[in-house]
Design a binder for this molecule. Structure first.
Ligand code: COA
Length: 733
């Protein structure tokens, strides 16, 4: 019996009562229940996430697994169940998979399932089921089809995208390749070159571009469902032969040495990442092997990646980033609306912050100390946008719109109407206190005041205002319009509504916010000081800046600590360590401030930031070692990396113990997004788990025996080891 007939005849009968009334399920669910009941082969709970409507012989299946329609086992099994049921049902002439307007088509496979054994039906099962079905299968794509969502759509015969939809295969961002037929179907639709570009960059394409590329067949301007049904009726009427993308001809290879060239290029560009090379292997297999062999090859490559440490680190990073935005005692609903933002200081940091805001639709008023500086700030901003227009990154009208929302003033009173004011002046406490007091005096009751301090005492800053509950830290990383990390500093009086507002603003800015407590340097810089302390230890014992940087870059950081210190400015380091006399103080005293003075740990030629080993720097290091009676030692690259990472891990443990960060994964988010820690290693805390906490403890104890004051070991480490717990899973109760 046809499932649709079954629905009509049984809808008022026993099954209706059983599935609808008793369980308060929808009529559509009831329909699926009938299908399943009718075929008698499947458990009812497996069809909870699809709803079916009969539209004149076209089965419209709504994928219904909020919030993102991740293709978990349950929904994959539902889809398979339905495809099998539709096969023998003569009433079903075509099938449309789509969603109701509130849901996206799909964010792809359920990433949470990747850490355990994969179970249930998979993409190859969909391929065989749709092949056997032999009826048109159309995907109606709303909002986005990503990863497995797009792979599923590419298994079916036709794709219709809503005009606002985006389509992409972002698996490489998780250290994977599209392993559900995507590396074989996409090239057959759009060619090898475009496939490589789409997959390796993880950038989705718009519906219009997807149409031009041949990835979709129709773009629906308005009613997606009606467009899909119209296409289904047309296909049925014309009785055209059904060709699945996987059954199309193999794509041609752009040039004979195409893959070799790309491999050489990727070795450099994606150094340390494993997925890009395996992707090339799959695309080559797609172009050269018969379908069944290419599909098996893709599966092999996918399994090799999904079972490896790199993808585990990247998946951990994905979830850590999202988890960081969840603060147990902060309710999103309490966030205030921010439209107009004031920024005090239009220097490099201030103008970067201003750009971050105007790029996301906010209105910004920037305060400068003089008209000359105000004019310079406006000019700098105009130049930046002109550059973007000349590089075709933005239309002129768009640049004009952004600039029209930006104003610079020399009157602090002009900031009184702002919803949020961020001070971004030089890192000097007295100056910040003075500014905060003035802002407090002129700003409206509801205005939130924020400091962009990178490590000063936020509690002290808040205390000079009459609104400490409406003061927080927003520590942007430079360049603020580019870097995604935002340390959101919660002072002792910061209210949860203020914090909620900070987090909401961060989301609007598309930043990655991490809430941190107050201590010198907060999380990121506090840990980096310890890293630099060990850098100095290594330099004084005979490691050259080049050797240290090389070792750390081989580990996966884009920059070594010496290059990083030169870029940030050695004077900042000195400024942040008052009362200390370190090697860096000698550098600064001799005028070597880093890139800004064209000399630091390295020398720099005029107009270039390329580091060149410096004899003068080496002399300073040697003199300092001699003064301190330190003898050179033989230290290999592995020992360099181990020492520097242990410094981060050791300080991270203290930060957790003191509650400055609420989760170990928050520290990892900060290090991946703010300090270039290789994402495929998850972050320093995740890395500690990979090495093993016992091993870390014995390394720390060795260091402590040489320098007990530098290496205080948090008791948290022993607790975690005793309880056999992972550091990366640690969160404060
Ligand atoms: N599998 C499992 N969970 C997923 C998921 C997936 N493929 N995609 C998103 N989620 C979860 C997120 O973890 C988050 O959960 P939370 O609310 O418990 O924190 C929730 O869905 C919403 O995601 P979020 O990223 O906060 O929403 P967004 O609207 O900003 O972005 C996406 C939505 C789909 C663009 C983004 O989540 C994304 O890029 N997802 C991954 C897509 C992907 O890589 N697919 C291929 C998988 S191999």
């Amino acid at each position: 019996m046809s499932p649709f007939v079954a629905i009509e005849t049984l809808i008022n009968a026993q099954l209706y009562n059983m599935f609808y009334e008793k369980n308060q399920r929808s009529v559509h669910d009831c329909a699926i229940a009938v299908i399943i009941f009718n075929y008698g082969r499947f458990m009812l709970q497996k069809v909870r996430q699809c709803q079916v409507k009969n539209m004149g012989g076209i089965a419209v299946v709504y994928l219904d697994h909020p919030p993102v329609n991740a293709l978990s086992r349950s929904i994959r099994d539902d889809i398979f169940t339905l495809l099998t049921a539709f096969k023998d049902d003569h009433a079903v002439k075509a099938v449309v998979f789509t969603t109701t307007p509130d849901l996206p088509f799909s964010a792809g496979a359920d990433i949470k399932e990747f850490s355990g054994p994969m179970q249930g039906k998979f993409f190859l099962d969909f391929y065989h089921a749709i092949k056997d079905l032999n009826k048109p299968v159309i995907s109606g794509i709303r909002k986005y089809a990503l990863g497995g969502g797009l792979e599923f759509a590419m298994i079916g015969h036709y794709r219709v995208a809503h005009q606002d939809a985006r389509l992409g295969l972002p698996e490489v961002k998780l250290g994977l390749i599209p392993g559900g037929t995507g590396t074989i179907s996409l090239p057959r639709l759009v060619g090898i070159e475009k496939s490589l570009d789409m997959i390796v960059t993880s950038k989705p394409v718009s519906a219009a571009d997807a149409l031009t590329l041949g990835l979709v067949d129709v773009v629906a301007e308005d009613d997606l469902e009606a467009t899909c049904i119209a296409l289904a009726n047309k296909v049925i009427k014309e009785a055209k032969p059904l060709v699945m993308p996987l059954h199309r001809d193999r794509p041609s290879i752009p040039s004979p040495d195409y893959f070799e060239q790309k491999r050489a290029l990727f070795l450099d560009r994606y150094h340390g990442f494993k997925a890009p090379e395996r992707l090339l292997n799959c695309l080559e297999a797609c172009a050269t092997l018969p379908l069944d062999q290419a599909l098996s090859f893709e599966t092999e490559q996918f399994i090799a990646l999904i079972t490896g440490n790199d993808s585990a680190g990247m998946r951990y990073a994905f979830f850590s980033e999202r988890l960081a935005a969840h603060i147990p005692d902060v309710r999103k609903e309490d966030a205030r609306t921010v439209q107009h933002v004031g920024i005090v200081g239009g220097g490099l940091m201030g103008s970067g912050i201003a750009m971050a805001f105007i790029n996301r639709g906010f209105t910004v008023t920037c305060l400068e100390v003089s008209q000359d500086r105000a004019d310079a700030c406006i000019k700098l901003m105009q130049k930046q946008y002109e550059k973007s227009v000349s590089q075709n990154k933005m239309k002129d009208t768009e640049a004009q719109d952004r600039l029209s929302r930006f104003k610079v003033t020399v009157q602090i009173e002009d900031l009184s109407v702002c919803d949020l004011v961020i001070e971004a002046v030089f890192e000097k406490l007295d100056l910040k206190l003075e500014i905060m007091q003035k802002l407090d005096a002129i700003c409206g009751e509801k205005t939130i005041l924020a400091s962009n301090t990178s490590g000063l005492d936020l509690n002290q800053i808040a205390a000079v205002t009459g609104r400490p509950d409406r003061v927080l830290g927003l520590h942007f990383f430079s360049p603020a319009n580019v870097m995604r990390l935002l340390e959101v500093v919660r002072g002792k009086s910061t209210s949860s509504a203020t914090l909620a507002t900070g987090l909401q603003v961060a989301k609007q800015l598309k930043k990655v916010p991490v809430v941190v407590g107050v201590c010198p340097g907060f999380v990121g810089n506090r840990m980096i000081f310890k890293y630099f302390e060990q850098l100095e230890w290594l330099l004084l014992r005979g490691c050259s800046p080049k050797q240290i940087d090389h070792a750390i870059k081989t580990f996966g950081f884009p920059m070594g600590p010496c290059e990083m210190a030169d870029m940030a400015g050695l004077d900042i380091w000195v400024y942040s360590t008052p009362g200390q006399q370190t090697l860096v103080h000698d550098f600064v005293a001799s005028g070597r401030l880093g890139q800004k003075s064209r000399s630091g740990f390295y020398d720099y030629k005029e107009g270039s930031n390329r580091p060149h080993p410096s004899e003068k720097a080496q002399i300073l290091i040697d003199q300092s070692a001699e003064k301190q009676n330190i003898r050179p030692m033989k230290i290999d690259d592995a020992a360099i990396v181990q020492r520097l990472l242990c410094a981060l891990i050791c300080e991270g443990l203290h930060i957790l113990d003191e509650g400055i960060a609420q989760r170990a994964s928050d520290i990892d988010v900060i290090y991946v997004h703010g300090y270039g820690f290789p994402i495929y290693r998850g972050g320093p805390m995740f890395y500690a788990d990979q090495v093993g906490l016992d091993t870390i403890r014995s390394q720390l104890q060795d260091y402590k025996s040489e320098a007990p004051k530098q290496w205080l070991i948090s008791p948290l480490l022993d607790t975690l080891i005793a309880e056999k717990k992972k550091l990366s899973g640690y969160k404060r109760a």
